[in-house]
Design a protein around this ligand. Structure first.
Ligand SMILES: Nc1ncnc2c1ncn2[C@@H]1O[C@H](COP(=O)(O)OP(=O)(O)OP(=O)(O)O)[C@@H](O)[C@H]1O
Ligand SMILES: [Mg+2]
Length: 309
């Protein structure tokens, strides 16, 4: 397994790219690729406004598109064609359900033989950057709501037939703004009848059974990653601190990281002293080291519902 440990921190976000300023009409969809019928070509115009993010496998742009004289903003991900990444990114997209806590997949297009995946545009930050920048801690009500929305999105994926496992739940793949949370990045998703061990993962938000390649991704491994995020949100609510589940100095060798990640599976999650007992028990219940002892997303939602009352 390769490390991708700080993918949500090392983003090279650019507000404006000079070369993208000029409007680029799409007049050159690839007819050859389109013959497969998998590509949608509904836009009359496709104008890149700015680059939102550049990751290891793609660049995400804010794009203005025009269809039948209606202009709207979308997020478009240019997928780098390496290591079958395109295939990985697109194979499940059409199965991603519509849900208010999931970034909606719109279409797949090809421009000059580059593949762009189009999503609804969500004006906001990933939740890690949001918390880092924010001067306001989440109120208790907001905290419960954020947790609820995260688990609702996950529950929607998990309850498809067959269920969809996200496999890359970490704060960089969770967008948040104006009290609305949406999960993005379906590039690692699998259906539950498919077996996959991590090849490349965010080590900070990975379930213990995956660290040493002991088990495959499962609904439980997604739930564990949510538990780590919930722990992070609770710490943020009570202290304003945004901290990773454990420390890993950049200059340390990778082996050290694996040992730390491994130790973390025996570690009792850290909670501020005044943490609400219900919340603490809820989060501890999710962060069980054995996957089959963890609650399902649906059970989590029911528990949160009770806390809301
Ligand atoms: N629909 C969207 N609306 C707004 N911003 C988005 C959208 N999708 C992605 N982003 C932004 O782009 C970033 C990277 O997107 P995504 O995770 O899909 O790409 P990635 O190639 O996996 O990148 P990374 O390797 O950094 O995870 C997100 O963290 C978010 O800031
Ligand atoms: Mg991502």
């Amino acid at each position: 397994m390769k490390k991708k440990w700080n993918s949500f921190e090392s983003k090279n976000k650019k507000n404006e790219l000079p070369e993208l300023k000029s409007s680029k009409k799409i007049s050159n969809y690839s007819p050859i690729i389109n013959k497969g019928g998998f590509f949608d070509t509904e836009f009359e115009e496709f104008n890149k406004i700015k680059e939102i993010s550049q990751g290891a496998y793609g660049r995400v742009f804010l794009v203005e598109v025009k269809t039948r004289n209606i202009t709207r903003k979308i997020a478009s991900k240019l997928v780098f064609d390496q290591k079958k990444q395109i295939y990985k990114e697109i194979r499940l997209l059409k199965k991603i359900p519509k849900h208010e806590n999931l970034i909606e997949f719109i279409s797949l297009i090809s421009i000059n033989f580059h593949i762009y995946i189009n999503f609804e545009y969500f004006e906001g930050d990933d939740i890690w950057s949001y918390m880092k920048k924010s001067n306001n801690f989440f109120s208790k009500c907001e905290l419960i709501e954020v947790i609820y929305q995260l688990l609702s999105g996950i529950n929607c994926l998990h309850t498809q037939n067959p269920g969809i496992i996200h496999c890359d739940i970490h704060p960089g793949n969770i967008l948040y703004s104006n009290r609305r949370l949406k999960i993005c990045d379906y590039g690692s998703c699998i259906t539950s009848n498919f077996k996959k061990k991590p090849e490349e993962a965010n080590y900070f938000f990975i379930a213990p059974e995956l660290v040493l390649n002991e088990q495959n991704y499962s609904f439980g491994s997604d739930i564990y990653a949510c538990g780590l995020i919930i722990n992070l949100l609770i710490i943020f609510h009570y202290t304003g601190i945004v901290s990773l589940p454990f420390q890993y100095p950049n200059e340390y060798p990778f082996e050290y990281f694996v040992v730390m990640a491994n130790i973390s599976k025996y570690k009792i999650p850290n909670f501020p002293n005044d943490t609400d007992e219900h919340l603490k028990l809820f989060c501890e219940g999710i962060l069980k080291s054995r996957p089959n002892e963890r609650p399902s997303a649906f059970e989590c939602i029911q528990m949160i519902d009770k806390m809301k009352q």
